[in-house]
Design a protein around this ligand. Structure first.
Ligand code: MRU
Length: 352
């Protein structure tokens, strides 16, 4: 877990989740004592960001083992129910499915050991969730170093959505690279897009950047083109919720537009994501399920209506950037450049 921001913590058999809906004005934690309450926290956006959703879901699964039926034969159906509930909480970030599948495999291994007691089983799953969470944090550090190498000293970068400690189990993906590069003296300035309509950029990324003392400026999403045309922008860094086998990248709605602007202006467009974001079973980007959220989040800001009463609106929460618009994908296993089906597989699933 990040030394500075506790996105979640475990105490007394419950997962405490920092309620990101209240940021940047209030820091309050929600107690989740069951898989259902973790699933609700994910669904209702108390916590968000692909790798963090995966890490929290791992703990959510471990919580299912806290109150198993006394008959061990009924354990598996209860665990299966918990897995399904957690997986159904949000559709796009594949890290969620990965986290739950990882825990299902761990449960199977533990149950294979004959005569494991309920307490030992619960303890084993909680330890597995810790490992899963800490592994993501260590991958963040590795991606930070790899991504930092892509930048020259004194760079100005643009980032989108929130990809920092609030979106991961550690330092962050794209924001982790920016933080690492800043530490190495390579970042002069960061422009953070506000990220309409949910405002992850203004509410969360600016909060993280300012806490870290990194020189940063908030822009509305429609200002990015103007800055690219009139100032020196050295690179764009974004995260991802799912990368298909052909290296198409699903990320927060607006990412695709930003990638087109970057290509037009000849600016490198980098995606930073751990291997748990890669979904080799989904052939290409058009097959990635895109979450459709409430239109209220488009017509209202902070509960106040900003459109005529009764106005129709749409809210696809993610879009897909074709791999040809991505300069490189930074993963903990290496940098995929140029991203395509072959280069992605070579880094993520190399043949022995
Ligand atoms: O809807 P959100 O806030 O969960 O979306 C988050 C993003 O799109 C991030 O860019 C993505 O999860 C990568 S973050 C490490």
């Amino acid at each position: 877990m990040s030394a500075e921001i506790k996105q979640v913590y475990w105490r007394g058999g419950s997962l405490y989740v920092l309620d990101q809906r209240l940021l940047p004005h209030r820091t309050k934690y929600i107690r989740c004592g069951t898989p259902e309450s973790v699933a609700a926290a994910i669904r209702d956006m108390a916590l968000r960001g692909a790798p963090l959703i995966g890490g929290a879901a791992a703990y959510g699964f471990a919580l299912a083992a806290k109150s198993l039926p006394s008959d061990p034969k009924r354990w598996w159906p209860a665990l299966d129910r918990a897995a399904k509930t957690l997986k159904a909480s949000r559709p796009t970030a594949v890290n969620l499915m990965h986290g739950v599948d990882h825990m299902l495999a761990a449960a199977e291994r533990l149950l294979f050991r004959k005569e494991i007691g309920a307490v030992e089983f619960y303890k084993g799953l909680k330890e597995e969730a810790d490992r899963f969470f800490d592994e993501d944090a260590s991958w963040n550090r590795r991606m930070g170093e790899l991504g930092s190498k892509l930048l020259k000293r004194g760079s100005t970068v643009i980032t989108y959505c929130n990809t920092g400690a609030l979106a991961t189990c550690g330092l962050g993906t794209a924001l982790g690279v920016i933080r690492t590069a800043y530490k190495h003296g390579k970042i002069k300035h960061v422009y953070a897009c506000e990220t309409r309509p949910y405002m992850q950029g203004s509410r969360l990324t600016l909060w993280e950047l300012m806490r870290a003392g990194i020189p940063s400026t908030l822009i509305t999403d429609n200002m990015a083109a103007h800055l690219m045309a009139t100032e020196r922008i050295d690179a764009i860094f974004v995260g991802s919720d799912r990368i298909a086998a052909n290296a198409d990248v699903a990320n927060k709605i607006g990412t695709y537009g930003l990638s087109i602007l970057a290509r037009h202006h000849g600016i490198p467009f980098y995606v930073v994501a751990p291997s748990t974001t890669v979904d080799l079973r989904t052939k290409h980007g058009r097959l990635i399920p895109i979450e459709e959220r409430s239109a209220r989040e488009v017509v209202e800001i902070g509960g106040r209506l900003f459109a005529p009463k009764g106005a129709k609106a749409r809210h696809p929460a993610f879009d897909v950037t074709p791999s040809r618009l991505v300069t490189a994908i930074v993963t903990e296993r290496g940098v995929v450049r140029p991203p395509n089906a072959r280069t992605l597989r070579k880094v993520i699933a190399p043949k022995p």
